[in-house]
Design a protein around this ligand. Structure first.
Ligand code: SF4
Ligand code: SF4
Length: 317
């Protein structure tokens, strides 16, 4: 008997779905073991097909994307009911991801910007999407756009988390293999990633150097062998879970934190502020301020992927 599987995208970019396809020929092994009954980005199945299934009929559902509107939430709840195992796939479902950067704005301010204020907007009637409208005598209903983006586990119970933006394909293979072999860790665990920090798997040389200047990648060519943070680039490696194979680091790009925090860390961004403080060279307040002035947009730098899961969650307005 094959397992019954599903993959769904909420508020995301589709990159996690592509990462599943990026397992290349191993997809054939997966297809031998799983019948995908629902995968909107790849197959044309309808919500009513899922509604008609028995509760718990799916063995495994991978949900990627954050919860940004009422449709994302409704389908998350539907799939939770219909599956035995629900996995939050990717940073958006796990910790909010890039979509949760919207939590530094309000729904109204975003609608104002997109539908009236941008330089390219041509909308003389001020038309904005409405939840309910009548078009040519027919009723049209759109999902409700939420003011606050949420993680998947802020709306439903999640069994496992497969982090990354997107997760490394090999990690997806490892996680699926664990499911097939019945070797899953306790509920609530991270699967497909390690338990140490990215610094622990990073091949760059660390010299325990202090930082006296914050730099930006666009203004420098970093030494290819040495730690990026010690060269003044904000690298979230010290507070980010290992498992990605240091792909960005190996390309000379500092870690942005997409694999999320370690188990015991409540807020990845705040932990990074603390990590940074411990390696700052200057000790006088004025000099410290001068160094910190080099951090452009600290809020989004430290919580780039984790705003929805952070203790800030959203900017209070
Ligand atoms: S985690 Fe990254 S790749 Fe996956 S849906 Fe979100 S933005 Fe896209
Ligand atoms: S801070 Fe970044 S570059 Fe430095 S060791 Fe950690 S992951 Fe590597």
């Amino acid at each position: 008997m094959k397992l019954k599987g599903g993959i769904y995208w909420g508020s995301g970019c589709g990159g996690c779905d592509v990462a599943v396809l990026d397992i290349h020929e191993k997809i054939l092994d997966v297809a031998e073991k799983v019948d995908f009954l629902f995968w909107p980005i790849a197959l044309d199945f309808k919500y009513d097909d899922v509604r008609a299934m028995d509760d718990g009929e799916f063995d495994l559902v991978l949900y990627n994307g954050a919860i940004r509107n009422s449709e994302n939430e409704e389908i998350a709840k539907l799939l939770r009911r219909k599956t035995k195992t629900l996995v939050a796939l990717g940073a958006c479902a796990h910790i909010g991801g890039l979509p949760s950067l919207a939590n530094y704005h309000t729904k109204q301010s975003m609608f104002d910007r997109v539908y009236s204020e941008t330089e390219s907007t041509d909308n003389p009637d001020g038309t904005v999407p409405l939840e309910k409208s009548i078009v040519d005598g027919n009723g049209l209903e759109l999902p409700r756009f939420y003011n606050t983006v949420k993680t998947l586990d802020q709306v439903v119970d999640v069994d496992y988390y497969l982090p990354g933006c997107p997760p490394v394909p090999q990690q997806i293979v490892n996680a699926l293999t664990a499911v097939f072999n019945g070797e899953l860790p306790p509920k609530g665990s991270i699967i497909g990633a390690g338990t140490r920090t990215l610094c622990d798997e990073c091949p760059r040389e660390k010299e325990e150097k202090e930082i006296s200047e914050i730099k930006r990648p666009l203004n420098m060519i970093p030494d290819p062998e040495k730690c990026l943070l010690e060269q003044g680039l904000i690298c979230l490696g010290p507070v980010t879970r290992e498992g990605c194979g240091a792909r960005c680091i190996n390309s000379g790009v500092p870690c942005r934190g997409c694999y999320g925090p370690l188990e015991e860390v409540h807020d990845q961004g705040i932990r990074m502020i603390s990590a940074l403080a411990s390696v700052l060279g200057p000790k006088e307040e004025k000099e410290i301020d001068a160094v910190l002035d080099g951090i452009v947009d600290p809020l989004r730098t430290f919580h780039r992927f984790s705003t929805a899961a952070s203790i800030l969650r959203r900017k209070m307005i």
